[in-house]
Design a binder for this molecule. Structure first.
Ligand code: IPM
Ligand code: MN
Length: 326
């Protein structure tokens, strides 16, 4: 069976790393029926297009979307982020952002579950008297019981399926008392359904210390959208570098396609030189394979990437090496 996948190579190093990810998936014996989309910062600068509604609707019947990286110098902040990436996450209801980190030599084997449709990303707020000395800007954080609960429940189910069965809630309940209370109560209530999962709570600032000093204490972390954004860059930095950090933007209810992308950006400074590390894109494709029910191929791809010290060389050389191993 062939899976229909929309491919957005995007900007900078995006198309280079996505090409290697597709090469590896095909080498693993999985048939993909891909459709390419020219979207991202370069397209916006060319003709003003960000994400047409027809394209979004076309994607609704697809099995998955694979994104390289989007963003170009010269595009005003927010245009591509809100108009393309966040629009995909919100309109396709990709409510889980799953980001695994693995570095056995440091005892790191953890997955961060980041809520992906709410919080400070929701776009609540506005500006008054812009450009005057009396300017007011507000940017609220939206937390719904439904949104928090489905995210927390997903994280418990994931933790229950893993060997260590440990789940840490990360928030800032001592200061963000309204949102923190909703997260904490939801977490405590859902925990009752998962008696085999042990739990912990960390304030986000403390979690930054622990991620650097003793990351082996974590198994699964669940957190809100903005904390998850920040923690997963840190997670990448302590587990081999952002060049290895993969992510799945998941719609676990499967009311539409899920989207897979490396955590890193478009890195325009090294674009076109063939030096970008494609492993984050390749591991994102492995997450896609898991979601498509191709768990065996996903496991082979991950195994082929496990010895990261051997994955050096040009973008295509690393892709060829991994492809040869799957
Ligand atoms: C990420 C990115 C995005 C985010 C940006 C590009 C909108 O940093 O996927 O982590 O903040 O979520
Ligand atoms: Mn980020």
């Amino acid at each position: 069976m062939s899976h229909r996948v929309g491919v957005i190579g995007g900007d900078g190093i995006g198309p280079e790393v996505v090409a290697e990810a597709l090469k590896v998936v095909r080498a693993a014996g999985v048939e993909l029926d891909t459709v390419d989309y020219d979207l991202g910062g370069a397209r916006f600068l060319r003709d003003g297009t960000v994400l047409p509604e027809e394209v979004l609707n076309e994607w609704r019947s697809y099995d998955a979307l694979l994104v390289g990286a989007v963003g170009s110098p010269g595009v005003p902040p927010g245009v591509i982020e809100r108009g393309l990436l966040l629009k995909m996450r919100f309109d396709l209801d990709l409510y889980i952002n799953q980001r695994p980190f693995l570095l056995p030599s440091a005892g790191i084997d953890m997955i961060v579950i980041r809520e992906n449709t709410e919080g400070s990303y929701a776009g609540e707020g506005g500006v008054l008297r812009k450009g005057t000395p009396h300017e007011v800007a507000t940017q609220g954080s939206v937390n719904t019981r439904m949104g928090v609960e489905r995210c927390v429940r997903y994280a418990f189910e994931l933790a229950e399926s893993r060997d260590r069965k440990h789940l840490t809630l990360v928030h800032k309940t001592n200061v963000l008392t309204f949102a923190g209370d909703l997260w904490e109560r939801t977490f405590t209530e859902v925990a009752v359904e998962f008696p085999s999962v042990s739990t912990a709570y960390n304030h986000v600032d403390a979690a930054c210390i622990y991620l650097v000093q003793s990351p082996d204490q974590y198994d699964v972390i669940v957190t809100d959208n903005l904390f998850g954004d920040i923690l997963t860059d840190l997670g990448g930095a302590v587990s081999g570098g952002i060049g290895f950090a993969a992510s799945g933007n998941l719609n676990p209810a499967r009311t539409g396609p899920s989207m897979f992308e490396p955590v890193h950006g478009s890195a325009p400074d090294i674009a076109g030189q063939g030096v970008a590390n494609p492993v984050a894109a390749i591991l994102s494709a492995a997450l896609m394979l898991d979601h498509l029910g191709e768990g065996d191929a996903a496991a082979r791809v991950r195994k082929a990437c496990a010895d990261t010290s051997t994955l050096t060389g040009s973008t295509t050389a690393v892709g060829d090496l991994v492809a040869a191993r799957v």
